[in-house]
Design a protein around this ligand. Sequence first.
Ligand code: SAM
Length: 224
Amino acid sequence: MEDFESVNDNNDRLPERETMVEEQLVLRGIRNKELLKSMVDVPRHLFIPEGLRDYAYYDGPLSIGEGQTISQPYIVAYMIQALNPDKDDKVLEIGTGSGYAAAVLSRLVSMVYTIERLDSLAKEAEALLKKLKYDNIKVYTGDGTKGLPAEAPFDAIIVSAAAPEIPKSLLDQLDIGGRLVIPLGDRNTQELILINKDMDNIIVRRSIGSVRFVPLIGEEGWEK
Ligand code: SAM
């Protein structure tokens, strides 16, 4: 792997990222300027296994091993934009995978806590994020369907794997005024659901599109 002093030094493959952002995100309606900037800055190719790096800026998901995927750039952007992130937010991500979405988010918010079920992926993502000096991300190995009670409540929660229903623990750990985005449905296709916990603690949910994610496996998700 290449060596960098910091993420900000990394102009490698920058033209490809600029094209990705313009053609895959801006032309499809992603408008959040900080988010677009973050996706220009974060070196997506480093989050992808070496053998697939030529395709790093392709308009789709890619395999990251262990039967898991790094999501399509547009889906990463669409989910993060839907969360309406704020610079003071404390965010929980379920499904670290490669660590890419956590890296993109970390430039927009105060702190990202991210949980991955598979220890090998969690360890790899943690090492890469540390090497690239993303200092406001904490990676955990475990069952993310139960959230992270020790750090709750969260201003926003992003679930990057598909569940049969919303894990109750995650709803409980969402702060008043908080937003949660999660793919819900069966194992093949899902609706992306955006949840708002309003000031009266009322849960408002709406569908914001159709998606296809790997399953969320755990106590409050799918069985293995
Ligand atoms: N956000 C990731 C990225 O940027 O590379 C992509 C996430 S991938 C689509 C979904 C991930 O969720 C997989 O790595 C999978 O192992 C993980 N996962 C599935 N069930 C989980 C659970 N209960 N807790 C934590 N992670 C889980």
